[in-house]
Write a protein that binds this ligand. Structure first.
Ligand SMILES: Cc1ncc(COP(=O)(O)O)c(C=O)c1O
Length: 392
């Protein structure tokens, strides 16, 4: 670690070494730049659900990817079925109906909304659009890995402030912001630690950050929170022009497979993001399904209720196993074991239970368990109870 954030210097050195090794004999040009050369190929961290159900049938417990255990709303499913009949047509490149529905839902103007192929595409597009050469991206670690990946893929420096007790350290984050900083990403609530930044702390942070910096609040789990002091970030948008709020249909709306997300921001930013996108970035089926899902807020409310109950059940069950899970405002619970998370995850998988180990985030013996249906939460706790000798 260095004073400028974590892990930047060794990565740069590794990048140079790999790029040197990759130099071809064709006039000294390289196949890829040093940033791409230094990146490992993407290895999915969660097993693909269909492989697991093929192997374990109904006994598979798919609790590793922070999906909604209730699935998509019936209204979304019906809209998708209808949209399928028009699949020979290109999608609306403006995603106009969905954009209007999102604008009405949040009571913002239509020109403040950007629709993306998942929130991930918007994260990538924000970096590619706004972070120029020599400018930096600032975020925290462990936090959502995509900020770092897309920053590096774009050849930009990414500075990461370590979490404090599993939470964003906003003082540490602000300390990384300097004249080169263009984008700050805050995952709120945070993945993979499930903690959140409350409203007042966020406002105080925003007041400290130069107004030239674009602050992105990635609120992928916001619809699932119930903390009274969770930020009302839409109320902050008129106060700070360079604020972006990202949401997704992958979590509370149960549509992770559809790949639709959106951002709400100052309309001044929108045309720039529109320059750096594929015309048909969101499929017709995606637009139709997301639109119907948005109108079915009853399904979102049921999802929130069931997931909050699941968070409480998992938290209580883990505490009964003498563990100390972090407080969660998401659809997963994060918990450190005294040792041997690897052995526990492998033993669970043999029994058909899939949860996520967070070693890739530098949390060697920490587990992330996605909330399932009530019976699934019960079963994973029973399995863990059976395996407790592995971490004793
Ligand atoms: C913090 C955070 N942001 C964004 C995403 C991805 O959202 P999408 O599926 O819309 O790309 C996730 C999904 O795991 C997430 O945890």
């Amino acid at each position: 670690m260095n004073s400028k954030g974590i892990a930047n210097v060794p990565e740069a050195e590794a990048a140079r070494a790999v790029a040197e090794a990759a130099r071809t004999e064709w006039g000294g040009t390289t196949l890829v730049g040093p940033e791409v050369a230094a990146m490992p190929p993407l290895t999915p961290q969660s097993p693909y659900w269909a492989d697991l159900t093929a192997r374990h049938g109904d006994a598979a417990l798919l609790m590793s990817a922070n999906e909604n255990p209730l699935g998509p709303s019936p209204a979304a499913q019906a809209a998708i079925q209808t949209a399928v009949t028009e699949l020979h047509r290109f999608p609306d490149p403006r995603a106009l109906s969905l954009k209007q529905a999102v604008a009405a839902h949040h009571q913002v103007s239509e020109d403040a909304v950007v629709i993306g192929h998942g929130a991930n595409e918007l994260i990538e597009r924000l970096v590619r659009t706004f972070v120029g050469q020599g400018e930096t991206v600032v975020s925290a670690w462990p936090s959502y890995a995509v900020y770092r990946l897309v920053g590096h893929a774009a050849g930009r420096e990414v500075l990461l402030a370590p979490l404090r007790d599993g939470r964003y350290d906003l003082v540490g984050l602000a300390a990384l912001v300097d004249l080169r900083t263009k984008l700050v990403f805050i995952a709120n609530p945070n993945n993979p630690t499930a903690t959140y930044v409350p409203h007042r702390a966020l406002v105080a942070f925003l007041e400290r950050i130069p107004r030239s910096v674009i602050v992105v609040l990635d609120e992928a789990y916001a619809e699932l929170t119930d903390a009274a002091d969770f930020p009302d970030s839409f109320s902050l948008l008129p106060l700070r022009p360079r604020l972006v709020v990202l949401r997704t249909f992958s979590k509370a709306y149960g549509l992770a497979g559809l790949r639709v997300g959106y951002g709400v921001m100052d309309p001044e930013l929108v045309p720039y993001l529109d320059r750096v996108r594929q015309a048909h970035n969101v499929s017709s089926v995606g637009q139709a399904g997301a639109l119907a899902a948005l109108t079915d807020q009853a399904h979102v409310a049921t999802s929130r209720r069931v997931i909050r109950q699941g968070v409480h059940a998992l938290t209580a069950g883990l505490k009964a196993l003498s563990l100390s899970p972090l407080p969660s405002q998401t659809n997963f619970v994060t918990v450190a074991l005294p040792k041997n998370a690897d052995g526990v995850v492998r033993a669970l998988a043999e029994r058909g239970g899939y949860i996520r180990r967070l070693a890739g985030y530098g949390l060697e013996d920490t587990l992330r368990i996605t909330v399932g249906r009530p019976a699934e939460n019960q079963r994973i706790l029973e399995m863990l109870d059976d395996l407790r000798h592995l971490w004793r």
